[in-house]
Design a protein around this ligand. Structure first.
Ligand SMILES: Nc1ccn([C@@H]2O[C@H](COP(=O)(O)OP(=O)(O)OP(=O)(O)O)[C@@H](O)[C@H]2O)c(=O)n1
Ligand SMILES: C[C@](O)(CO)[C@H](O)COP(=O)(O)O
Length: 232
């Protein structure tokens, strides 16, 4: 009989959202009437209501988040921990809040609210089997390498765009995050790869955008409306 591993998710929302240039912290901006972060958390709850959820926020936003949860009657159970200066620091703090000795943990950007549940499911399943699973999509546009004064076309079939969730067996992620931080650590896959593990890619989704700049919000509103119409 297959052993069912405990599952957890660290939703990182501890960034400063500088590219969004908004007064309201990016993760709290409402789309479809609710903060982005609530949409994101709901996707993971839909995947597995028993999942241990850890949300990472800047220390000075935690009280505001608690108020938002009260106002929006947001009742999905989750722990909240304070973030670090970098994403690496935030993930590390989130990881420290997970007490299970083993299991599978997903790390997901709080500002990717449209991750399909099927993608979450596939990432957890592959990580349970192989130790890690990182969601990525093929490039839809041409790419060029930039040099000081020149640039040249690259073969885009050799590249993929990396998304989250990025899922790992807990002991592996804990050992990888004990490494000293490096500037090249832009995500969890880069940390685990530095630790010496081969990364397994699973197919992501073009819907799974990271809300980063103001026009992403327009897309998000349209996407939510379109999916609501489809469902009703
Ligand atoms: N110190 C940090 C930096 C980033 N993140 C999180 O990592 C995810 C991806 O980062 P990004 O979208 O780039 O967010 P910001 O760092 O907030 O944005 P920017 O780079 O524009 O300032 C986000 O959910 C962000 O909140 C985090 O938890 N802690
Ligand atoms: C983790 C990530 O979303 C994968 O694409 C990405 O690396 C975050 O990068 P950012 O520079 O913090 O936006």
């Amino acid at each position: 009989m297959a052993v069912v591993l405990p599952e957890a998710a660290i939703i990182v929302a501890g960034g400063s959202g500088t590219r969004m240039q908004s007064q309201v912290p990016k993760q709290f901006i409402a789309i479809g009437g609710q903060p982005i972060l609530m949409h994101t958390i709901r996707r993971f709850y839909e995947y597995n209501p028993a999942l241990q959820l850890v949300v990472v926020l800047p220390q000075n936003q935690i009280a505001k988040w608690q108020t938002l949860c009260f106002t929006h009657v947001f009742e999905i159970k989750h722990a909240v921990v304070a973030g670090g200066i970098t994403r690496f620091g935030s993930v590390k703090n989130g990881l420290a809040a997970i007490t299970a000795p083993d299991g599978v943990v997903a790390v997901h950007d709080g500002v990717r609210p449209f991750v399909p549940v099927a993608v979450i499911r596939e990432a957890f399943a592959v990580a349970a089997e192989k130790g890690n699973a990182v969601v990525a999509v093929p490039l839809k546009e041409s790419i060029r390498q930039i040099f000081k004064t020149k640039n040249k076309a690259l073969d885009r079939s050799q590249y993929q765009l990396v998304q989250t969730p990025q899922c790992f067996r807990l002991p592996l992620l804990r050992r990888a995050y004990a490494l000293p931080e490096e500037p090249t650590f832009t995500d969890d896959a880069s940390v685990v790869e530095r630790f010496g593990q081969k990364i397994n890619l699973v197919t992501g989704s073009y819907e799974n955008i990271k809300i980063t700049t103001p026009e992403d919000l327009l897309w998000a509103e349209v996407f939510l409306k379109a999916t609501k119409t489809k469902d009703s």
